[in-house]
Design a protein. Structure first.
Length: 569
């Protein structure tokens, strides 16, 4: 980076370290080994979500060291700090899972606090598991200084009797065991082989979905996110990222220049085309709310409906994230979508090149079967579907491959918590034709929108994945498959109609019509509403209670930012 008086004067960090009155600050920095020469350089914040709890973020200290090497090589001074993370896979099925989505806001808040307090000239965030990536991107949008989000990468495929597996299969084997279909020894064998080392869950689940979203948004360099966690190329890429942030500081390339409406459209097209997680809906809405960009679930529906499903990835498909990388990676998908006219190639990225220019350098591995050609899609529609009706006036979301039932009519089996529903599943009380309703698990009611993977995977493991449906104001893991409908808005806790359902009510789902309804008259629903009373909150103090007081509904991204809802059309 060229060292000129003009560039030095423009650096935000000069407020913190330059001038006679900042001598005390410089003294404190010198106590940790920095020199006058270090403090004269651009100061780059390195926000790390490393934790020792679970594989997803376990390796990020290694990657942070490489990033800092690149920053120093390019003439900057890196300062690393840490924030929190919650492992979804570990907390799943317990009340601890409520902490996951709440952690997204805490991550964004904490990085914003440290960054505002320390006047960083640029920021690199290292993230890996489900909520660390959107949380770090939200913080970059808020700060609007040159910034990059780096995804730590996918875990290697696990192995079970010669087959590639992920943690998804462990959850499904739990259900198979409760149904008497496998032995305890088989479940243990799957448990022992599914997760072979550091990295995020290996299908097109939420982590890999959000890594892809970051590349299509332009906030992560194209070709970096899909490099697996323990691949040597990941370390080399981190050094390059450290050098890249210095160019971005020089050019004043900020998130507001990258994360635009067109970039959001591109990112949702990628989620739809890859069969990505429904959490991609929640998080892209959150980005839009943070940035003040008009963007709604109706826009997401329109994008997905016109975008073909091209990637044969777990949980609905055959391949894992490492296979996607070997096939040609996110760049190959970008080229496919650009060739078909499904994305805007003119959007800028943090590399200084446009998305179209990045896609042009894609290399497709001969014979690969992970990313289908445009003339042979898995489905003509993308994987995301937004449904509305008298049970979800403001919408809800389901992820489908196209092989699932497009219509469903069944009796409601009503549970007021995810844990209660799982107990019923373990007792084999759910039958074909049932619609499992899990409510009071929304942003306010949970609080925090628990993911229902333990329930959905257990149902699949029992052989009911294609013969039951689910409806919840909570969320689903990216590993969920089947006719599982989440993010129902408004949620039960704030008076949404899902809270009016009773055991045995008949629910109808029509995917083609994008509708979900209960067969009750308006008069009957009004009578039930008059009798309804919100239950007492689960938490009356602490961070969970604070979140419940502030959070928006799922169709607004479940954000706590005060701007939420102001841009809705």
């Amino acid at each position: 980076m060229a060292d000129t008086p003009e560039i030095r004067e423009a650096l935000r960090s000069r407020t913190l370290v330059e001038g006679v009155d900042r001598a005390a600050a410089r003294a404190m920095f010198k106590a940790i080994g920095l020199t006058d020469e270090d403090l004269a350089k651009p100061i780059i914040g390195i926000a790390n979500t490393w934790i020792e709890i679970g594989p997803c973020n376990f390796h990020l200290r290694r990657l942070a060291a490489k990033v800092k090497e690149g920053v120093r090589r390019a003439g900057g001074t890196p300062l690393e700090f840490n924030t929190v993370s919650i492992s979804d896979g570990i907390t799943m099925g317990t009340d601890g899972m409520k902490a996951s989505l709440i952690s997204r806001e805490v991550i964004a808040d904490s990085i914003e606090l440290v960054s505002r307090g320390n006047y960083f000239d640029g920021i690199i965030t290292l993230a890996a598991c489900d909520k660390t990536m959107p949380g770090t991107i939200m913080s970059l949008i808020r700060m609007d200084v040159p910034g990059i989000m780096i995804y730590g990468g996918s875990i290697a495929a696990g192995s079970y009797r010669g087959k590639d597996v992920t943690v998804q299969e462990v959850f499904e084997y739990i259900g198979a065991y409760t149904a008497g279909k496998i032995t305890a020894e088989e479940l243990k064998e799957m448990e022992d082989g599914a997760c072979p080392g550091p990295g995020a869950c290996g299908g097109q689940f939420t982590a890999n979905t959000m890594g892809m979203v970051a590349e299509f948004l332009g906030i992560c360099p194209m070709g970096v996110a899909d490099i697996p966690a323990m691949d040597d190329d990941k370390d080399r890429a981190m050094v390059d990222v450290g050098e890249l942030i210095m160019r971005m500081v020089r050019d004043d390339l900020r998130p507001s220049k990258l994360i635009t409406r067109a970039a959001l459209d591109n990112s949702i097209a990628a989620v739809a085309a890859s069969g990505g997680s429904t959490n991609g809906v929640l998080h892209t809405l959150a980005f839009a709310r943070e940035a003040g960009i008009p963007f709604t679930i109706d826009d997401i529906e329109a994008i997905s409906k016109r975008t073909p499903l091209l990637c044969d990835l777990k949980p609905t498909g055959k391949y894992v994230a490492v296979d996607m990388h070997l096939a040609g990676g996110n760049r190959l998908l970008a080229k496919r979508l650009l060739d078909g006219g499904f994305i805007d190639g003119s959007t800028p990225t943090c590399t200084g090149r446009t998305l179209g220019q990045e896609a042009a350098s894609a290399h497709e591995t001969p014979g690969q079967e992970v990313v289908r050609p445009l003339d042979n899609p898995i489905n003509a529609n993308g994987g995301l579907h937004i449904l509305k009706g008298n049970l979800a006036p403001n919408g809800c979301v389901v992820k489908l491959k196209g092989t699932e039932p497009m219509t469903f009519r069944g009796r409601a089996r009503v549970f007021d918590s995810e844990i209660a529903s799982f107990e019923a599943v373990k007792r084999n009380e759910i039958a074909a034709g049932d619609v499992v309703v899990i409510r009071y698990e929304g942003p306010t009611g949970g609080p925090g929108m628990q993911e229902m993977l333990q329930v959905t995977a257990a149902l699949a493991g029992q052989g009911l994945g294609g013969s039951v449906a689910m409806l919840t104001d909570g969320r689903f893991s990216g590993a969920t498959r089947g006719l599982m409908i989440g993010h129902v808005a408004p949620e039960a806790m704030v008076g949404g109609p899902i809270g009016l359902l009773r055991e045995g009510d008949i629910i109808t789902i029509d995917v083609e019509a994008r509708s979900v309804n209960v067969e009750l008259s308006d008069a009957e629903l009004a009578a039930r509403r008059a009798e309804w009373k919100a239950p007492a909150p689960h938490y009356i103090s602490g961070v969970f209670a604070k979140y419940a007081r502030l959070v928006a509904q799922a169709d607004d991204g479940a954000v706590t930012n005060s701007k939420a809802g102001l841009v809705r059309s």
